[in-house]
Write a protein that binds this ligand. Sequence first.
Ligand SMILES: [Zn+2]
Ligand SMILES: [Zn+2]
Length: 270
Amino acid sequence: MFTKNEMEMAFKETDMLFDSHAHFDDERFDSDRDEIILNANKNGVSYILNAASDMESAKMSIALSKKFHFLYAAVGVHPHNVSNLGEGVLSELVELARNSKVVAIGEIGLDYYYDFSPKDVQQEWFGRQINLARELKLPVIIHNRDAHEDTMRLIKSEKAREVGGVLHCYSGSVEMAKEVLEHNLYISVGGPVTFKNAKKTIEVVKYVPLDRLLIETDCPYLTPEPYRGKRNDSSFVRLVAEKIAEIKGISYDEAAFATLNNAKTLFKIE
Ligand SMILES: [Zn+2]
Ligand SMILES: [Zn+2]
């Protein structure tokens, strides 16, 4: 038998993490998707937000959200995949966003590192999808790689602050973080904060107030240390929470609860 206190502790242990950015629609989960999702939930990941990368993945994200009560969906088109989008995409996204488990537009943004789509096309669709989010009153999930200046410019010109959102897997400076926070956006960190070369991200985590921080895995990518190189999944978000606690000098419980509550607030989950 457990005492009441022990029960409460056990409950806390199993109900406190929010993985705010996952890609369980990815083909790397084809052989064991359901099992891995359920296992993460059993191991204390009480919420997962699955981010879309294209229209197919948006539909799959919604299908997963219908299957698992603790999994929510975002719909949107990643900058890698915007080069051949037709006009009909926006109305299709509106249609998909009607689903009650869709809580954000994403992931959208700019990626100048891989440059899979022409920069001007990336900018056009980033802007259009921010506007769509405003129309639908949904927060945005923003991807930015090596495009800090243009990302901030479009956040401002397209008034992303009206709906808020998050810069996921944040890789910018403390100076940029200040601007991001001023524009009603949260900052999310994932596995890279545990890497050896994480100095800059650690400075950012120190700087960002605890009530503006989210955690994520971006799985199957970016597995935290000491499992770097293996396939990532939501259960590894615990390692990110541990690192946040260490950097901020707070308890693990506090880091987990704060980031969970922040995500629930941003995505308006009861
Ligand atoms: Zn991303
Ligand atoms: Zn992602």
